[in-house]
Design a protein around this ligand. Sequence first.
Ligand SMILES: O=C(O)c1ccc[n+]([C@@H]2O[C@H](COP(=O)([O-])O)[C@@H](O)[C@H]2O)c1
Ligand SMILES: Cc1cc2nc[nH]c2cc1C
Length: 377
Amino acid sequence: MLDQIIGQIRPLDAAAMAAARDRQARLTKPPGSLGVLEELSIRLAGLAGTCPPPLPEPVAVAVFAGDHGVHARGVSPWPQEVTAQMVANFLSGGAVINAFARQLGATVTVVDVGVATVLDPLPDRDEPVPDRNEPLSDQDEPAPDRDGRPPRLIIAKVRAGTRDLSVEPALTRTETLAAIDAGIATARTLLDAGARALVTGDMGIGNTTPAAALIAAFTGADPAEVTGRGTGIDDATLARKTELVGAALARHRPDPGDPVGVLAAVGGCEHAALTGFMLAAAASRVPVILDGVIALSAALAAVALCPDARGAMVAGHLSVEPGASVALAHLGLEPLISLGMRLGEGTGALLATPIVAGAVRVLQDVATFDSAGVSEK
Ligand SMILES: O=C(O)c1ccc[n+]([C@@H]2O[C@H](COP(=O)([O-])O)[C@@H](O)[C@H]2O)c1
Ligand SMILES: Cc1cc2nc[nH]c2cc1C
């Protein structure tokens, strides 16, 4: 599926971008006065291939969940079972992402790509997989979002947690490709259901460690520049985590020219799935709003696989995790909001979606100097 999706990704449409740039100059506002929104609107026109571009609505959030063998090295203060517990929380509508989704009328889809523990009433791996996007029948009635749609679960488990990347590759190449495919399939499911903007979400205790390793591998940054406190670790743990990231890179020597190999060596199931999710958005020419450091590490893999995929990416927010700034600089993306957040789940990206819609509204709704009879300077 990966090669097929990459083959469908095209550069931004230069004519639509020129039309958007020209229109921005004629709208009733001083040129440049909308700052970052102007370039964003031009890029969205290039992505859609038309000016004005369509509104990026409805919005669908996909929260990719996975566990990590490296958790055994004490890189996170939280127990591993919190990943599965939070999956249950997402499905009952009780997480922060659910609250924001209700506020903004977005749907939430949770994708188990690699959760280690299975919680009752979540179905076991060996049990029949429920229909894609069907809510679990035996869960408590979840809190619906604004349009009355409950959170959904997709089970696409590649393995029950990755291997410990500090001693062996986290995933095999086959597992990595399966996780990428799960991300592609999720994007297609959401787009088929009508989504016109995709938001990246992640849940995985320990997943900031592989994110840091991926960012170092793809950008060449020093592990100390990209390794952070994740959910909140003390100085001694941070020093150990940084050393572990450095040792993993020295052991595996991941080659950034082989992005799938990098994801397999030092990544995770949700990181690989997010890579596929972003590539599928780019292939469908729909914007994908990136959340925090985990999404950004996956974005580096997506752009390494297909540079034109960058055209579909919008950096939703600036996570305080240091690797996020390094990855954003490498991607050449400017985050829309900076609220000191480091939650994950897609929360920062989802909060930025009204800004993305605002950029489109400007091209769609605002009068030109000519049409409104406003004098130009
Ligand atoms: O989005 C971010 O930038 C971000 C930064 C720090 C932590 N997180 C979330 O916290 C979890 C990973 O943190 P940790 O400390 O267990 O590696 C995982 O569920 C992430 O979604 C997310
Ligand atoms: C409670 C909790 C919620 C989260 N959501 C995303 N990552 C998380 C990590 C923890 C620990």
